[in-house]
Design a protein around this ligand. Structure first.
Ligand code: ADP
Length: 495
């Protein structure tokens, strides 16, 4: 009986594939970066063929590296950059326009015009849990239909298909036999009613998207079809799909309400399990589908920080204060936590819970003895203070995570993890397997093919590597955080 699981992790800058053992251990990895296209200011596109070919070659590489037979792979799980939008011809499988990436702001005006209609944004938020923003798929689909010759008519006649990256990969893997997505990806389109778990006619009308082009929405654990034999060397069942942040929630085994994970990469995404309740935030956090298994939806609350590791990149590549991201740790150790310098990394405005797109970044509290180490430390501390901002917003919404499990490239920084725990007054847990996104997709696929019986069984795989416990005095914690709030106040443009 084959017992390996292949996870396809299609991210924003690279495609990866990991072969996992049934115990959730990494056996082999394949990875390929691909081109980012910026045709105009604010526009971001990917070549769909590159998305597919980089995924396929990563998968082939991982299988070869694992030295296993394709027939030993019990199932494939897919996880992906979310919201990125593709439209293709159902006959040929050819896309009619490049993939419009989640970061792309070209539909800002259309979204602003919709917001002018009284009550519309509130209506959209009630149904989708999201904000009326270009970030999500709906306005991107309409843009393609409005700008590619004849596309709207062809879409209405059922000749075109829409998909997020998961659907597109599934279509390619199954040679067009399967046009499906899962509920987590559907919940990021602005077209999906997260309460009824269906595409919503009113939303389709608002965003002018024909129903004929939509994929079928399935559970995150489901029979999505089988891959064509010649692609990977055998027909393999695709058994799990989830958007990247939701897959990480699964990979971090956050299966109980109140459990949260935070991923510290370029940006930071915090996702908290809220159980069967779709909690509507009063602080503009997003309500989303955490996962859907056996027809049962588990909801989540999500908050994001635009600049997390990207702040350290800027300190390295923009200011040239350090050569490597990891050099930030000894500098912070030398500075200590009681740093009078604050950095507000509002390079792309301020996200949750401030939502001030016009705010600009600032470094404050400089004196003649300020040096490189204080500025670098302030960059790390900003990530922690912003995490606390998100938690405060969640607390105002009536929920507070009991634990925070972390992953992403920044979490190797022990100083950062300790200061995070101090700032939040909460234990921070770092797992042994930090490839939680890929792991989550593999586990979902394993559930489908019966390698695992239940989420409880999956929770047993999760092992902590280290826990960071706060040692800071309450008065110090609050004084430092108050300094951050004062700094943020000074950069805000909108209140
Ligand atoms: P992504 O998946 O978004 O590309 P990763 O999860 O690979 O990002 O994390 C990379 C980020 O982590 C980079 O922005 C880098 O600046 C940051 N980073 C890496 N190592 C450290 C470190 N030791 N201390 C602080 N930041 C780090």
């Amino acid at each position: 009986m084959p017992r390996y699981l292949l996870s396809l992790d299609q991210g924003t800058t690279s495609s990866r594939a990991i072969v996992f053992s049934e115990r959730g251990e990494i056996l082999a990895t394949g990875q390929q970066e691909f081109t980012q296209h910026f045709p105009q200011p604010g526009w971001v596109e990917h070549d769909p063929a590159e998305i597919w070919h980089s995924t396929l070659s990563s998968a082939r590489h991982a299988i070869a590296e694992a030295a296993c037979a394709a027939t030993d792979i019990a199932a494939i799980g897919i996880t992906n950059q979310r919201e990125t939008t593709l439209v293709w011809d159902r006959q040929t499988g050819e896309t009619i326009y490049p993939a419009i990436v989640w970061q792309d702001r070209r539909t800002a005006e259309q979204c602003a015009a919709l917001k002018q209609q009284a009550g519309l944004e509130q209506r959209v938020t009630e149904k989708t849990g999201l904000l009326l923003d270009p970030y999500f798929s709906a306005s991107k689909i309409a843009w393609i239909l409005d700008h590619v010759d004849g596309a709207r008519q062809r879409a209405e006649q059922g000749e075109l298909a829409f998909g997020t990256v998961d659907s597109y990969l599934l279509w390619q893997l199954t040679a067009g036999r399967s046009h499906q997505t899962d509920a987590t990806n559907a919940s990021r389109t602005l077209l999906f009613n997260i309460h009824t778990q269906q595409w919503d006619d009113e939303l389709l009308a608002i965003f002018r998207v024909p129903a004929a082009m939509l994929p079928e929405v399935n559970d995150s654990v489901a029979d999505f079809g089988r891959s064509e034999a010649e692609l990977l060397g055998a027909e393999i069942t695709i058994g799990g799909i989830a958007g990247d942040q939701q897959a990480a929630l699964v990979g971090q085994a956050c299966f109980q309400p109140g459990m949260a994970k935070s991923t510290y990469g370029t940006g930071c995404f915090m996702v908290m399990n809220t159980g069967s309740e779709a909690l509507q935030s009063k602080n503009r956090l997003l309500t989303t589908v955490g996962y859907r298994i056996n027809g049962e939806t588990t909801y989540a609350l999500e908050g994001s920080i635009f600049m997390a590791g990207a702040t350290i990149q800027w300190i390295r590549d923009g200011l040239h204060l350090i050569d490597n991201a990891k050099d930030s740790q000894p500098l912070a150790e030398a500075t200590g936590y009681d740093n009078p310098v604050y950095m507000v990394p509002a390079f792309a405005g301020l996200g949750a819970p401030y939502w001030d797109p016009q705010a600009k970044g600032a470094i404050m509290g400089l004196t003649r003895d300020t040096g490189i180490k204080e500025i670098v430390t302030a960059g790390l501390q900003a990530v922690c203070y912003q995490t606390r901002d998100l938690l405060e917003a969640m607390a105002e919404d009536g929920v507070k995570p009991e634990t925070l499990r972390v992953d992403g490239g920044m979490v190797v920084n022990d100083w950062l993890m300790q200061f995070l725990s101090d700032t939040l007054a909460m234990p921070i847990t770092r797992p042994q397997v930090t490839e939680t996104t890929a792991l989550g997709a593999a586990l979902l696929a394993g559930l489908q093919v019966g390698i695992y019986d239940s989420l409880e069984e999956l929770a047993e795989f999760w092992r902590h590597e280290r826990e960071f416990v706060s040692q800071q005095q309450e008065s110090v914690r609050e004084r430092l955080y108050q300094g951050w709030l004062d700094a943020v106040e000074r950069v805000r443009v909108q209140h």
